[in-house]
Write a protein that binds this ligand. Sequence first.
Ligand code: SF4
Length: 319
Amino acid sequence: MHQKIQNWYKAHGRTDLPWRNTDDPYPIWLSEVMLQQTQVKTVLERYYFPFLEKFPTLEALGNAPLDEVLKMWEGLGYYNRAKNLHKTAQILTQTQGSAPALPSKIEELMKLPGIGKNTAHAVAAFAFHQPVPVMEANVRRILCRIHAMEDANDKALWQIAYEMVDRDNPFAYNQAMMDIGATLCTPKAPQCERCPFEHICQGKHDPEHYPVKKRRTVPTREQHIMLNLYNNKLALTKREGKFLHGLWGFPATEVPLCAAEYIGEVTHAYTHFKLTCKVYLYDALEKTEDHYFTPKQIRRLAISKVDEKILNLYLDTVQ
Ligand code: SF4
């Protein structure tokens, strides 16, 4: 089986991805974090290279202000990822001094902010060539199908993954697993006839059945957003809560001012809920907030996708 996987990877694997052609743990870790919620194409075309150009080393990232890191992350969403990257780089820079490096042990990696079990395994396998498996969504699906598992039980999957990993070639094996999941063993209409696991796969007769999907209803949340305009500038606040922490944003209000004009709504889908923002514009005669910016200045700040949509709605309204 391992030989088949190696052959498949040589013939069909995405071997040219930049993070697969380096041994430097920093860009490997960065790519793992970016790819957690974002497609390869988006990461490759818009985020990976500019981020590394701005912060070429772990040390450069650790010494950078959070605002600049969030700006480079703008549009990728799930900003906790960027904050944890930054926090980890800061910890390593402060504790190790010049030329800091990520640890190679999985247990040590998992003590750092934002590094979970899969990311720690990916860094260990790809940067340090350790004989350990990775377990992202594509790999979970393959394992469930090969073993006809309806329930993707975490403990059982890790045990199977450890039994299956190619200890002689963990790098190519793990990359192949991710590529097979992304290109052949897709959620819908998998191409079993081309799959190197076809001869052992117990779920191939009804692959879409494995694992059984849990139905999930996504709740909707509604917010009133108040655009405070003064002297052609809009008020922004810096987010304090856990969600979108550190980003600039338009303030939400329980009850919009009577004198405010309703200008429309924007919606945004997060993983766990859908957000609808009803947007009001209030042209104030005096300054009531601490921070005001022109639309041009706002474009240079780190803001969330929702706030970007709100800014676009405002510009469409006034133009
Ligand atoms: S044989 Fe089909 S279901 Fe099984 S792992 Fe391959 S693509 Fe997935």
